[in-house]
Design a protein around this ligand. Structure first.
Ligand code: AKG
Length: 295
């Protein structure tokens, strides 16, 4: 397997510049790794690196676009500091992506910023929700019709622990392996799920197939153990970027991370032919979203 990681030596979030081979790499599902691009914490922010900053039963703390913090515990003062820290990370992540991928400028939609203080190894989760299993991201309740999920991560661990990922093969190879096992898309089922408010809008064939790939990968013990993959430790004080709907990934260990998701409309890539939507469309031989879906 060729390395799925491309190292880039940026040291300043606001000095990011584009290179065609980096754009091609991230659009091919590789992970761009910035080992020297740490997110600098202020002294009062160091004190927030505690698992009990997370409210009971929550997976992440998130800062919405309007500045509302959800899922946080701690005092009001600590929550204010945490909101400011997440907001600063959001701005830096946006500056990085605008410099690195200027073709996407003006097209990206900003998702809530997430702070993840939980220890990965001890998290109890259902198999389907378990991110320690190789997967591509797909949302069960929020169909996205091919909208891309671009994510910026940073490891904030104060004790020197890396955030360890496994990264698997390219999307097309994975799709070739699992697509034959996918259940067929049934428009009546999509309508029922929508009527029952299981989904927030009508699940398209694309969304159905992406969820199938997500689930089939996670449930396949053999693939998890012996599928082609590479273990990658992301050091504290580093940043990494990938399309998480395309890069097959799993998180194995670590604690304290921040993440910013930016959504890119389908077709706005520099090379849309390398996107999951176009790859799956070619493989299925018919349109997977829009009018062509309700076959
Ligand atoms: C995901 O958000 O899809 C993950 O796999 C989590 C990655 C991480 O927590 O490092």
């Amino acid at each position: 397997m060729n390395s799925p990681i491309v190292e880039i030596d940026f040291t300043d979030w606001r000095q990011a510049r584009p290179r065609p081979e980096w754009t091609a790499a991230v659009e091919a599902g590789q992970v761009l790794y910035f080992p020297s691009l740490g997110f600098a914490l202020r002294p009062e922010e160091q004190a927030l690196l505690r698992e009990d900053m997370l409210a009971a039963g929550k997976r992440n703390v998130s800062l919405g676009a309007g500045g509302v913090l959800k899922g946080a515990a701690g005092s009001l003062g600590e929550q204010k500091t945490l909101a400011a820290m997440a907001g600063r990370f959001r701005q830096q992540a946006q500056a990085l992506i605008n410099g690195l991928l200027p073709e996407y400028k003006g097209q990206l939609r900003v998702a809530p910023t997430s702070f993840r203080p939980k220890q990965v190894e001890t998290r109890a989760q259902s198999l389907r929700a378990d991110d320690q299993r190789l997967h591509v991201d797909a949302f069960p309740s929020r169909p996205n019709y091919g909208e891309r999920i671009l994510r910026v991560f940073t490891n904030l661990n104060p004790a020197g622990a890396p955030r360890v990922w496994r990264v698997g093969e390219d999307f097309e190879t994975v799709a070739r392996r699992f697509l034959p096992r996918a259940t067929p898309y049934r428009p009546w089922q999509a309508k029922l799920l929508n009527a029952l408010h299981v989904t927030k809008s009508l699940r398209s064939e694309y969304d159905h197939l992406m969820l199938q790939l997500h689930d089939l990968m996670k449930f396949d013990e053999q693939y998890q153990k012996s599928g082609v993959q590479m273990t990658v430790p992301f050091a504290p004080g580093s940043v990494w970027v990938c399309f998480s709907d395309q890069a097959t990934h799993a998180v194995m260990s670590g604690q304290f991370m921040m993440e910013q998701t930016l959504y890119l409309p389908p077709g706005c890539e520099v090379n849309p032919a390398s996107s999951p939507l176009q790859i799956l469309t070619r493989m299925m031989g018919h349109p997977l979203v829009g009018a062509g879906t309700a076959r």
